[in-house]
Design a protein around this ligand. Sequence first.
Ligand code: PEP
Length: 253
Amino acid sequence: MRKRIVAGNWKMNKTFEEAIDLVSEQIIAFRNDKLPKDIEVIFAPPFPFLKTVSVLIDIPHVHVAAQNCYIEEKGAFTGEVSASMIRSSGAGYVIIGHSERRMYFNESNEFLAKKVVIALKAGLIPIFCCGETLKDRKNENHFNIVKLQLEESIFHLSESDFQKIVIAYEPVWAIGTGITATPAQAQEMHAYIRKLITDKYNHKVADNISILYGGSCNAKNAKELFANPDIDGGLIGGASLIAQDFVSIVNAF
Ligand code: PEP
């Protein structure tokens, strides 16, 4: 049975004090509302707050993710952060291939393939992001783009490694724009991704992998999105910065 997951990507937001407030408010809510056992919640704060957020979290099924990692284990790479550093700070997950990394830092599919490998080696679970631009969708090239992203970044993994990862489908045109993919559009792509995984690996692997939707998912539209058979939760940006909104999204299952 695959996991249902809601992950909050805080991006480059919040001061240290604000981060503590945000996580504390949500922990209280999840403790009081009794988070269902089969739902995982993940907070992805900026690097400097990873350790503190990890220490603050004391509820099972609530975890911490980094938003990025570097492709090397250690060495002279000023300003970079390795997967093993992240793991040793208490995080269990790392977001890899977010469209902002692809867009602003020119991260290619091949480069991301290396990050996935180093993350797994360090004991982190990659949340691998894929998704097409508006131009790709208008040109009806969205399936090809997502297929290529999977083929070039994660389909080199062995079956046992592949089973550890989480995928997030995030159409670029929906991220931070307030334009959400319709539940039908999201379900169609999630089913397509699952079919690609079946063809590459097998039915069991495809059935067990969690595929999250990301792109202007909020407290109002989460229920309709999560109701689809191939949508196993969400990767949430803007709405994860407001405690009550994020808690409502988690409760939308
Ligand atoms: C994201 O950045 O992963 C994201 C989904 O952002 P938003 O929810 O703000 O669209």
